[in-house]
Design a binder for this molecule. Sequence first.
Ligand SMILES: Nc1nc2c(c(=O)[nH]1)N[C@H]1C(S)=C(S)[C@@H](COP(=O)(O)O)O[C@H]1N2
Ligand SMILES: [Mo]
Length: 220
Amino acid sequence: MADDNLPEDSKLTLTKRKWAEAGKFLTGSIARPDTDRLPPGQHLVKNWPVLDLGQQPSVSTAQWKLDVRGLVNKPVSLDWTAFQNLPQTQMRSDIHCVTTWSRYDNDWRGVSTHDFLDAVDPKEEAAAVLLTSYDGYTTNLLLSDFAVSDAIIVTHWEGKPLTEEHGGPVRLVVPHLYFWKSAKWLHRIEFLSRDQAGFWEKNGYHMRGDPWAEERYSDD
Ligand SMILES: Nc1nc2c(c(=O)[nH]1)N[C@H]1C(S)=C(S)[C@@H](COP(=O)(O)O)O[C@H]1N2
Ligand SMILES: [Mo]
């Protein structure tokens, strides 16, 4: 009964299956019970605070590029037009910052990391990503965390272009981890065989940062 038109054993399908299997062990916000919506030690805010290292780079959409490097079969540099030509997705998710504020129901638009990964085609050995931003900030994620179904590379918030102070023109949003993993002014994604510490991770923050496990700071 095999349909020759269904590429069930194509590399892409196998890779997707691998992420799906990895994802099933994760605790993304979608699968969480409502009673567990606010992680321990967090309080709700209605406004959206601005947090960064203090240098907010001005990057126009014409200047912006996303450089994809390392263990991928398609090491592309996406400009704004190429990025807009990827499938566009809308998602709603909560923000949990390690400084204890949380903000519910943020409406995002952009490219899901699923669709992005389809486009750049990570090699089998890829296990982690290191993100670099236009302000020099870096942060790291396991590929299985980057690839969850509610992670999105964002250009719009509540229907409007993401403002400069919140990381426009393009930032990452990974809602099941503390917000320091969600790089603003995203410029480069490097695929690595091993998890490599970014800025805050080198400065005492946890390598993974799961808010429900209160993975705020590293133990050593
Ligand atoms: N490029 C860049 N991204 C960054 C940061 C930064 O300093 N530079 N700070 C991180 C931290 S610690 C937090 S809490 C969130 C804050 O995002 P917001 O200012 O949109 O609330 O961005 C994260 N992403
Ligand atoms: Mo933060």
